[in-house]
Design a protein around this ligand. Structure first.
Ligand SMILES: Nc1ncnc2c1ncn2[C@@H]1O[C@H](COP(=O)(O)OP(=O)(O)O)[C@@H](O)[C@H]1O
Ligand SMILES: [Mg+2]
Length: 400
């Protein structure tokens, strides 16, 4: 037998790869041609056009389910406008930030500020109040007589960040333009959550939603065309079987036509096929990819649980039974081993219901005659998965 490492390196060198350019399959890649979205591209462009004539576009709200091309379309339009702006000498700035990538509102505002060329001295990364950060952003716009467009992607997450700090920053943002002596500010919000608007203050709705564009769902046929274009660019010719392509499209198009999911399936299936050293992506690879993506998602949601929820899940693995009482005593035991103060039975019962919402465990009520009723819980994922997801949590290292 040859050396296993050499064998893999040989195979890689002999060029038996089927993915020609991996970057093209990354979600941040902006393809040259955007299919099925002419009208949305036109609408976004038309809405932002006034900026080129040095006047202020209306605030804009873009909605649609995940994977319907919102980020792609808006990013492409702003980069096209930016290209033209660079040729002129107008002080126009189009900046983009994604709320999901920022953990705080402060972080989000700083990221916008940096793109307006505010440096660490003018806008420090920590330490100011939100209203001061805000003031500095507006001063910069006003002093530079800048016409600015702030694109805030996944703005529904921002609403959550704000809910925590309890500020009406969205209102201030959408009305910021009124506070400017010179220059202007337009806000473009993008939301995956169609009910986002209902959760907002009516004052915010009326100012943020001066204009609205809704992205409809792709159907299976449209997803298939998007995949075909991506395959042509990213894969070596004839390395993706038609049946595999169809399955990706059907799986991703089945629910609401999520192009991101379709491309993810394609990429992971391609990677699996390469790893198996086969020269074609087959339906089997797509099914394997689907499973792998689902497992990853479960692992991520397990990792994200707070410590005591993790302890409860481990307690379920180790308990002598599945009733709330049995889980609680197993949990208390684990707390003792790792040296943590235990929470009350009542709190744990509450947490079990919360964990149940994630689908990782399921519960059912059992009637026990004169003894009343009790709830029994069952884990819906394997112990291996749990151990893998918790392996980096230092506190738990002695009980995994
Ligand atoms: N019409 C399209 N043509 C080509 N690729 C698309 C199209 N729509 C979406 N995609 C691709 O699908 C993925 C998800 O699109 P994205 O714009 O991020 O969706 P959203 O922001 O609506 O969740 C990205 O990789 C994007 O490049
Ligand atoms: Mg998006």
């Amino acid at each position: 037998m040859s050396d296993p490492v050499d064998r893999l390196l040989d195979a890689a060198e002999s060029g038996k790869s089927i993915i020609k350019n991996r970057d093209i399959l990354h979600f941040s890649y902006i393809p040259n041609i955007i299919l099925h979205r002419d009208s949305e591209q036109k609408q976004v462009t038309q809405s932002l056009l006034p900026i080129l004539k040095q006047s202020r576009p209306s605030n804009l709200l873009v909605y649609g389910k995940p994977g319907t091309g919102k980020t792609l379309v808006v990013k492409r339009v702003i980069s096209k406008i930016q290209e033209r702006v660079e040729k002129s000498n107008f002080p126009i700035k189009l900046v983009y930030s994604n709320s999901k990538e920022e953990t705080t509102l402060y972080g989000l505002l700083v990221s916008l500020g940096r793109q307006l060329d505010l440096d660490e001295k003018e806008l420090p990364t920590t330490g100011l109040s939100i209203s001061e950060v805000f003031k500095r952003l507006l001063n910069k716009i006003s002093e530079g007589k800048i016409n600015a467009i702030f694109v805030i992607d996944e703005i529904d997450y921002l609403a959550q960040l704000i809910a925590k700090t309890g500020k009406d920053i969205l209102y201030q943002l959408t009305r910021a333009n009124e506070r400017l002596e010179q220059g202007s500010l337009t806000l473009v919000g993008i939301s995956n959550d169609l009910t986002f608007k209902e959760k907002l203050d009516p004052r915010v709705i009326s100012s943020l939603g001066e204009e609205e564009i809704v992205f409809t769902n792709y159907n299976v046929e449209q997803i298939k065309k998007i995949l075909e274009a991506r395959i042509n660019e990213a894969f070596v010719e004839n390395t993706v079987e038609d049946s595999a392509l169809n399955l990706c499209a059907a799986l991703a198009g089945g629910e609401h036509g999520d192009a991101r999911r379709a491309i993810d399936l394609l990429r992971v299936a391609g990677e699996i096929a390469e790893r198996q050293q086969s020269d074609k992506v087959t339906t089997k690879n797509v099914k394997e990819a689907k499973q792998k993506i689902e497992e990853n998602k479960e692992e991520l949601s397990l990792e994200a649980f707070p410590l005591h929820e993790k302890l409860i899940i481990l307690a379920m693995m180790k308990a002598n039974g599945s009733s709330t009482g049995e889980i609680y005593s197993s949990y208390k035991n684990l707390c003792k081993i790792v040296g943590l103060d235990e929470l009350t039975n009542r709190r744990i019962t509450q947490m079990l219901s919360e964990i149940e919402l994630s689908g990782i465990i399921t519960g059912r009520l059992i009637h026990q005659g004169i003894h009343g009723r009790t709830k029994k819980y069952k884990l819906e994922i394997s112990s291996e998965m749990i151990k893998k997801a918790f392996k980096d949590e230092l506190t738990l290292k002695d009980i995994i």
